[in-house]
Design a protein around this ligand. Structure first.
Ligand SMILES: [Zn+2]
Length: 271
């Protein structure tokens, strides 16, 4: 693990975010547990090294890892998927993923379009692929997949309705719309990267979730919000529709700026 990985993998006290949604991940790489009467659903594993923390966090909350029936993923990158193979061994849960990220998960992100084998991890078999709008249902709880490709070819946002204090809140588990050093223009290894990001931003702008959660804690200020929530439990800071909108806007602006930069550079070269 790099210095940054260790920083991103610090333990966090697990807690209930809202309704039946619990935080069981690390300081920056997130994991969420959704409990139901028929077993549980876990979104993202963090690193391979995050798995013991997840197990301990479930113990602390009084849940059993063996009750996890489904493993979901937001993106087939090592910091969110490298622990899935071990979690699958421990839980015997079904791994559900988009067609676009099935390859990345089953090959442990070898031959990544941007990084080659640099961030390869232990492969995990996908038991069921899910299409845009497809659902995972367990014990009366339903999660809907919204495909948001770009960051990875099969990046997936998961949506869930939760009930708290007689109100229904829509929770979004966002993947990522950041561009970590990618080349957008004429990307031969990922030819549809520009239309993919473009349609993802349009699609994400049509969704209006109440609760904003994501693959990285810093996207939604998890540590600050957790601290605030602990001090003032009457107001849930994770109910943050504006935070979601701002995230989508901010990353869309960054995408357009990079695209323009690459187009300008190309024009200067061919002139
Ligand atoms: Zn990533």
């Amino acid at each position: 693990m790099t210095e940054q990985d260790r920083e991103w993998n610090k333990p966090v006290e697990p807690f209930c975010i809202i309704g039946n949604v619990y935080y069981v991940g690390a300081s920056e790489v997130t994991s969420f547990l959704i409990t139901t009467s028929k077993g549980h659903i876990l979104i993202d594993s963090g690193y391979a090294e995050t798995v013991p923390q997840i197990k301990q966090n479930l113990d602390k909350l009084g849940f059993k890892l063996s009750d996890v029936k489904y493993l979901l993923n937001t993106q087939a990158h090592y910091d969110h998927a490298a622990g899935l193979a071990e979690l699958k061994r421990l839980t015997k849960a079904k791994m559900v993923a988009s067609v676009g990220d099935k390859r990345g998960l089953e090959e442990g992100d070898k031959n990544d379009f941007a990084w080659g084998d640099k961030y390869a991890f232990e492969p995990v078999k996908v038991d069921r692929t899910i299409a845009d709008g497809g659902v995972v249902s367990l014990g009366g709880v339903t999660l809907k997949a919204v495909l948001t490709p770009g960051h990875t070819p099969g990046s997936t946002m998961w949506l869930l309705n939760v009930k708290e204090n007689g109100r229904i809140y829509q929770v979004a588990f966002v993947s990522s719309t950041s561009i970590p050093g990618y080349t957008l223009l004429d990307n031969r290894k990922y030819p549809s990267i520009i239309p993919d990001y473009t349609s993802t931003f349009a699609k994400m702008k049509r969704v209006k979730p109440d609760v904003f959660l994501a693959s990285h804690g810093s996207f939604f200020d998890i540590l600050e919000k957790a601290e605030k929530f602990h001090r003032f439990p009457a107001v849930n800071p994770f109910i943050d529709a504006e935070g979601y909108t701002n995230y989508v806007e901010r990353t869309h602006t960054a995408f357009l700026a990079q695209l323009k930069k690459e187009q300008d550079a190309k024009r200067a070269k061919t002139r």
